[in-house]
Design a protein around this ligand. Structure first.
Ligand SMILES: [Zn+2]
Length: 338
């Protein structure tokens, strides 16, 4: 054995830290883990609500099901028994028009689901997505002028929808149309009607992503022409994403979202360093579908992969995560993983 001073000499291989010491046993690993295990209380379950008709699910993608109001309540009662305490509601209306009037119909699927959920689960955090694309016959997120989405004519319509959902009992409204100044328009409309306690979660950095495919089929919101690249973020831009987040915070957003989650962990991590407001990440339908498809082939072990990915999204900086896997709990604890 070399003399003690020899062993501790800086730069000698023996003096270098042995990081494996931190990983020797499960209890040690838990003790030094930097990111908490996935807590169902930090997940938000996205749901698609229709007024009538049986639950319709895409094959292999159970969380993409559309449910009527009663089916929605039953589903939320089921997941709340697993510890899920928050939902995000999307409406699938029976009729559409150029303005998306169904978005602010108090008898539409979302306000009715909010009423029913509030009665069944008084403590549930009810979030409502605020956009027009599910309700417009052209499938774009705002009203059109020619083939362009008209930003400023869309703002009062988004505000009107937000007020309708809060009036029905939503705790949180989440403008997702990526119109400039939409957070300001929603905040102002809420405050002017005495809804100053309602929270605004801004889909602030929402990228134009090809991973939204299964969602658009579930929500029936595929654009009938063109795409959304003139209003959603260019996936090549992270600095611009930070400007979007900054602007939504300045307009009064209470929490900021990055969407999709996994392709944008860099944006999430940069946002975490820059902002003190709560950050959300949306693990979108395509992220969900990729795991489901690979698991169905036997190529991935879903019960192991899902906690790994959700943990990485938390580690990057998300305080809470919108995930379709919230409907498929319980997830195994990390320490049971191989
Ligand atoms: Zn939209």
């Amino acid at each position: 054995m070399p003399p003690r001073n020899e062993r501790m000499r800086p730069g000698s291989p023996r003096a270098a830290p042995r990081l494996r010491r931190l990983r020797r046993t499960p209890a040690l690993r838990n003790l030094v883990s930097e990111t908490p295990s996935i807590d169902p209380g930090r997940l938000v379950y996205p749901l698609f609500v229709t007024l009538r008709g049986p639950a319709v699910a895409a094959p292999g993608l159970p969380a993409m099901a559309r449910r009527d109001v009663r089916g929605t309540v039953e589903e939320v009662l089921r997941v709340s028994a697993q510890g899920v305490r928050a939902v995000m509601l999307f409406g699938v209306p029976s009729r559409k028009d150029p303005l998306g009037k169904g978005a602010w119909d108090p008898q539409g699927p979302v306000p009715r689901a909010i009423h029913a959920l509030r009665r069944a689960l008084p403590d549930l955090v009810i979030m409502a997505d605020v956009c027009l694309c599910e309700y417009t016959d052209h499938g774009h997120c705002g009203v059109l002028r020619g083939s362009r989405v008209d930003n400023d004519r869309t703002l009062p319509l988004l505000a009107r929808a937000a007020v309708t959902y809060v009036d029905a009992g939503a705790d949180v409204v989440a403008p997702s149309a990526m119109m400039d100044h939409q957070v300001h328009a929603v905040r102002e409309a809420l405050d002017s009607r005495g809804f100053e306690e309602a929270m605004v979660l801004a889909y602030a950095a929402k990228f134009a992503s090809w991973l939204y495919g299964p969602f658009r089929d579930a929500a029936g919101s595929r654009p009938s022409f063109g795409d959304r690249r003139s209003y959603q973020m260019d996936p090549r831009n992270a600095r611009e994403a930070l400007r979007e987040l900054e602007q939504d915070e300045a307009e009064g957003a209470d929490a900021l979202m990055v969407k999709p989650a996994l392709p944008n962990l860099d944006v999430l991590a940069r946002a975490r360093r820059r902002f003190e407001v709560p950050l959300a990440a949306y693990q979108v339908s395509g992220e969900y579908a990729m795991i489901k498809a690979a698991a169905a082939q036997g190529w991935l072990e879903e019960s192991r992969v899902v906690p790994e990915i959700l943990t990485s999204i938390q580690r990057a900086g998300a305080d809470f995560i919108l995930s379709y896997f919230a409907g498929e709990l319980p997830l195994p604890a990390e320490e049971t993983a191989a």
